[in-house]
Design a protein. Sequence first.
Length: 500
Amino acid sequence: MKKAFLLCLSVLMIVSMCVPALLPVRAISYMSDKTEVPVDLEVSGAEALCQTEDGYVWIAQYSGLTRYDSKEFTAFKNFEYEGQEYSLLNVRSLQSKDNVLYIATSERLCVYKDSHFEPLNVETGVVRDIILDTQNDRLFISTEETGGIIYDIASKTSSVIPGTEGKTVRDIALDLKRGGYYYQLDDGIYDRNGKAIFIYASVMDTYSYGDTLYIAEETGIIHRYDMKNGVMMKEIVVPDQVNKMLYSAEEKILFAACEKNGIYCIDLSSDEPVITLAGNLNNQSQLVDLMIDYQGNLWVASHYIGASGVSIITQNALFELLYDDPAWQSLNAPPAFDRNVYAIEKYEGILYIVSATSIHMYDTKTGKILEDNPVMEKIRAYADVKTEEGRAQGNENFQFTFAPKDVEVYKGKVYFGVTNIGLVEYDPSAKNVSIYDTEYIQSHTGKLVGEPDLSIAHSIRSMRAFDDYLALGTSRAIMKFDGTNFSVMQIGSNVLYINK
């Protein structure tokens, strides 16, 4: 039986801030009712994702192979088979069928089945990637110097794709309808007969679904090849390097995992593709893999060491709660797309919703978002002053920007972490708002641990309330706030989450 993975996950962050790309943007974004839940890996950075039939999610990392069941992680760094020890470090790719997991490290192929690991007896050299033909039980292996290898799982025999002997095969995509395949050499893409169908050196990913072969250049151009008729189709352009693609048949969306901006969602339900961007993800840099699990949730893997490495994008509970609220509906209208919610906190009947560009107060008694919002009035007034100061220095186009990130209740007051401003305090009883910006923090800091850079104390990303202090995570430090004064400890990396 498949395990229900996400029943225990708190719905706190929504990813839906979508901006226009090079093709038309639809008014309602795919991400408008979704939530990003970062997976807190022991070692950050991931290379690939895969799920087996029993519900386990497997995460390929340089540090080894990690198994996740929504509550616990199990790390595998090596295994013993018939008296010999094998390493599971530098895992590059994963594939599965039923409860059998195929693992490609940089040195060898392994398989996990019947609760144990064993090596596959196939000479590969340095492995780049693998893809599984589940219909015919064949494993296609891309290697550095041994060409493209086809491993027949039933007979345990292997053969080299003709024309690839001694060459580097960077990627392989399957044409399951016609029993064919396409492989990528250093100079371009070839079909199973060795015919060149696309000559270009800097191809980042080759991916197939149905009758279409998708070929992503490093420039952001995605070429489409009709495998049935053997002709090129109209290309798609996104403004970022595309590292990995995945198609959702249910949503008719091609997801493009990119190098810098996160995920572009390409709606292919009509003749003209429509692109939206899932912006401001916790994991949005150096995305290298995507996976849709058995419950329809989108998993994202990032190679970037500074982030958690893996996120789950799932259904947002606030979408149902606020569906009929006119103010909530307006938040998804262009150009704002302001349903990108990072955190929520309930206090005295008010639900405080921290979104990409604003803070909203939802009255749980009336079921409406309140129009009277002293917190945003104070923040906008502060931003206006900073904008005028910037323009007074000679930059007529200067515009001060801010980004709310988190909310916590501490000693009867509601606190908001707002990047570029600092800490914003709201006293609900007095309806008073105070701002503790960089200047205030610098003049009210006592204990320092290390040499923290107080000039970036406004870069608050996360918060957590304790009995005696409020803990604040910034881009390079952890701060303690007692209601008046701060203490700061340098840690040298982004603090995305603080746990009690």
